[in-house]
Design a protein around this ligand. Structure first.
Ligand code: GDP
Length: 445
């Protein structure tokens, strides 16, 4: 489904990873090509722009680990960024179908694959989770569509609501709910009517059905081949009806894949499933990391960089641990601890992980520790000389003044830092002796 994009990116990165050293210009050129490739894949312009900007920022800020080339590192950054764009803030959860009968409202334009997807989902829940599923078509305009759903239901081995001529969509919805409750069904799928285009009548009908059905999930089915149009349709439906997720169909076709990449970023709604063909089992859950892997097709490099990063961090931690065990804890150690804390979500995150640090955590809170504070403290340490960092007792009053002023802070801030360092150094010594350090560091890693 992402063949073209995949090919384009492949050739960009093949060149990049072969080079030993990368200049800023190399990276800039590569990223320009990435941007063009994304746009050609019909990814929306703001999404493509943000994507490249995010990669650029990470690529420049990144410290290069020894065993991988800068090009390989850029591949990994692009890979992670793809996952971020595809997944948004969190994973797309499984369908919420507890509290039976749970209603799933299927919405979308005519021909998007709504009826097919309804049957595919029913089959999945029935076969894989042993759910009792009832399907009902609300497409009063198209008797053929109603019959189609009945045929598919029978084909996948689930029940469908008997068709009663002359009922309105809301009447059918009410009857379906009653039937689902009486019949002890786990899940009720309501396959709403589609139109060729979004129109007010369609939206009003879907809204009325939604109010009656009180669905746990409202899934929008859109044709993945329609690229940015699919994203626009999703935005419209979400604004008017409120959707909980998207199913992209026809992803087996030669679409350019842009809809998948823009959907989450533009609509904020997760892609939950992708349709991969006309057969009833041609439905896949949408897994951003797998999709990102497919787009880039550079799994080996991604794994290599991950491993190198792990090793690098483990080596660093090991070195630290050895120093701490000897009771060594100077200002440089404190600085790397502070930097680590910033990376791991601040003081509280880190302290919470260390056994016996509850008291320190409280002290840190009382002292008003936050990211800003951590950054200031790092700045203070940066203003010290090498000797002073190794042995802060050397700091005379005049030097303290200079250092504080140099970081735009008061001497009292510096004194607090020194006190903190002393407390931590004492604790390191104690823990080093008791062998607790090993346990503590293990927990941290
Ligand atoms: P509806 O009008 O939205 O209910 O659309 P249908 O479910 O009737 O689907 C329209 C056509 O698209 C049918 O011929 C389906 O077999 C086909 N279709 C649906 N999903 C997919 C898919 O993921 N891949 C392919 N290739 N065809 C699909």
């Amino acid at each position: 489904m992402f063949e073209n994009l995949s090919e384009r990116l492949g050739s960009v990165f093949e060149r990049l990873t072969k080079q030993g050293a990368l200049s800023d210009a190399d990276v800039a050129t590569a990223l320009r090509e990435v941007r063009v490739a994304l746009l050609e894949a019909d990814v929306s312009l703001p999404v493509a722009r943000d994507f490249v900007a995010a990669v650029q920022a990470k690529a420049t800020g990144q410290s290069v680990t020894k065993s991988v080339t800068p090009g390989q590192q850029v591949v990994k950054i692009v890979h992670d960024e793809l996952i971020r764009v595809l997944a948004g803030d969190g994973p797309a959860d499984a369908l919420k179908i507890d509290n039976p009968p749970a209603c799933v409202l299927m919405v979308g334009l005519q021909g998007s694959g709504k009826t097919t997807t309804t049957a595919k989902l029913a089959k999945r829940l029935h076969d894989k989770q042993g759910k009792r599923v009832l399907l009902a078509s609300l497409d009063t305009n198209r008797p053929a569509a109603m019959e189609q759903l009945q045929i598919l239901a029978a084909q996948v081995g689930v029940d469908s609501l008997p068709i009663v001529k002359g009922e309105s969509a809301t009447q059918i919805a009410k009857r379906a709910k009653a039937q689902a409750t009486m019949g002890g069904y786990d899940v009720l799928f309501l396959d709403t009517a589609g139109r060729l285009h979004i129109d007010e009548a369609l939206m009003a009908e879907v809204q009325a059905v939604r109010d009656i059905a009180q669905p746990r999930e409202t899934l929008l089915v859109v044709d993945g081949l329609t690229g940015q149009d699919a994203v626009n349709v999703a935005t419209e439906f979400d604004g008017k009806v409120g959707i909980t997720g998207v199913v992209l169909t026809r992803m087996d076709g030669d679409g350019r894949g842009g809809a998948a990449l823009s959907m989450r970023a533009v609509t904020g709604k997760p892609i939950r499933f992708v349709g991969m063909g006309e057969k009833m089992d041609a439905l896949e859950t949408f897994e951003p990391d797998r999709v990102a892997g497919r787009i880039l097709g550079m799994g080996d490099i991604v794994a290599l960089v991950e491993k190198a990063q792990e090793n690098f961090e483990a080596e660093q931690a090991e070195r630290m641990m050895k120093r701490f065990q000897k009771g060594l804890f100077n200002m440089n150690d404190l600085k790397s601890q502070l930097e680590q804390m910033l990376k791991m979500g601040g003081m509280q995150g880190l302290m919470g992980m260390l056994p016996g640090m509850g008291k320190m955590q409280k002290a840190a809170q009382d002292a008003g520790f936050d990211d800003k504070m951590l950054r200031r403290q790092i700045a203070l340490i940066n203003s010290m000389t090498k000797k002073e960092r190794a042995n802060p007792d050397l700091l005379a009053a005049s030097r303290k003044k200079r250092i504080a002023a140099g970081s735009g802070l008061d001497v009292s801030d510096l004194n607090r830092l020194l006190k903190q360092h002393k407390q931590m150094a004492d604790m390191m010594k104690k823990m080093g002796k008791g062998g607790m350090m090993k346990a503590a560091m293990k927990q941290m890693m």
